[in-house]
Ligand binder design. Structure first.
Ligand code: ATP
Ligand code: SF4
Ligand code: MG
Length: 337
């Protein structure tokens, strides 16, 4: 790709660098009301290392899917920068954009909506090979069967239609379609949450297998803390459009710093068990009824209205995300650099 070079220091270890990205939507809040800004994403930065899984976790409406759509270049940024393999994605077009579209794939929450109901599986999976001109026509069918085997299906399903499969099988097909183009990054937005609990572990294991064997990086979005703990290398906790804590997954789960992270983890009693031994608890177990809206984000620390540890500056001064030991946290309780 020949996108514009940026002055962001590019580390060869980082596949994706997200810097201070914002996405504001203009919304009307009531009949005849004036327009307000809904700050869906408000200054988010993170890196996704090569061959690693970066998880985004947080309550509904905190901005996870908006981050995903920005990274996929499906939405324009209000401001900030997204650098993929050292190049600014807002500046790419033409053939470079096509390369980007091939290198970065998505797996959606709802595998049924993601598949064309009138397309046989062989056609759905042949499409990426044709669009990206990856294999000669005579080889495509073999490549499709190879892909199906990779995701635990076989050639018997080739002439079937999406409605003939279970939810788990459909998600396997969507994952196969993402893998067809040998992507470098998969953005998976809640890929398990539409599936039966009994199937979730199977798809999670498939993603784990892909992680171990393919070298593909992932941005993995989930409500399920146990899944995040099982699959991700690094994690960012989002609250009202911002990252409040981020670090290595093991560190964050062992010693959460931000009061919001503490709240999430303390409300999930089964976290101490591995995913295979305790399937079933898929949603963040906190009560979200007192979460402020993204249009009326409280002044000061956005979390102060729910924080049991708030003190002096919390309702006045917004804490910046800063380094504290190995992780980063946005909270006045910590001295950060
Ligand atoms: N196109 C849009 N126009 C206006 N507001 C939007 C738009 N897309 C998202 N939002 C708002 O932005 C905020 C963040 O939404 P987003 O879908 O990113 O949250 P999320 O963390 O993915 O939530 P969930 O866990 O429910 O999927 C929400 O308040 C949502 O209503
Ligand atoms: S800054 Fe204050 S209100 Fe915000 S999380 Fe930290 S202690 Fe709580
Ligand atoms: Mg979402």
């Amino acid at each position: 790709m020949n996108g514009t070079e940026t002055n962001i220091s590019v580390s060869p270890d980082n596949l994706l660098q997200v810097r201070d990205i914002k996405k504001y939507f203009s919304v009307k809040t009531g009949l005849g009301a004036t327009k307000k800004w809904l700050k869906a994403v408000d200054g988010v930065s993170f890196d996704v290392k090569k061959e690693s899984v970066f998880a985004l976790v947080g309550e509904s409406g905190c901005g996870k899917s908006t981050v995903a759509r920005l990274v996929l270049k499906l939405l324009d940024l209000t401001s900030g920068r997204i650098i993929f393999k050292g190049k600014d994605i807002s500046a790419i077009n033409g053939g470079d954009l096509q390369s980007f579209r091939r290198a970065v794939q998505i797996v959606f929450q709802d595998p049924f909506a993601a598949l064309n109901p009138r397309m046989r599986i062989v056609d759905a999976l042949s499409e990426p090979f044709k669009i990206h001109n990856i294999a000669p026509g005579s080889e495509i069918k073999d490549r499709v069967v190879e892909l199906l085997n990779k995701v635990g299906l076989n050639a018997e399903v080739l002439s079937k239609y999406p409605h003939e499969f279970s939810g788990g099988q459909r998600q396997r097909i969507c994952i196969a379609r993402a893998l067809a183009v040998s992507p470098e990054l998969i953005v998976a937005d809640e890929p398990l949450s539409a599936l039966d609990v009994s199937i979730q572990a199977q798809i999670l294991n498939l993603l784990q297998e892909i992680k171990k064997t393919s070298g593909i990086s992932m941005v993995f979005i989930s409500h399920d803390l146990r899944v995040v703990r099982y699959l991700s290398d690094e994690v960012a906790v989002m609250y009202l459009g911002r990252i409040v804590e981020t670090g290595k997954t093991d560190d964050l789960f062992a010693a959460p710093k931000h009061p919001y992270t503490e709240l999430l983890l303390s409300s999930a009693p089964k976290l101490k068990y591995s995913f295979q031994h305790a399937p079933g608890e898929s949603r963040l177990p906190v009560d979200s009824s007192d979460m402020p809206g993204a249009v009326d984000v409280p002044p000061g620390c956005p979390f102060h209205t729910r924080c049991h540890r708030r003190f002096g500056p919390c309702d006045q001064i917004s804490p910046e995300l800063g380094k504290s030991g190995e992780s980063s946290v946005a909270c006045h309780l910590y001295k950060t650099s």
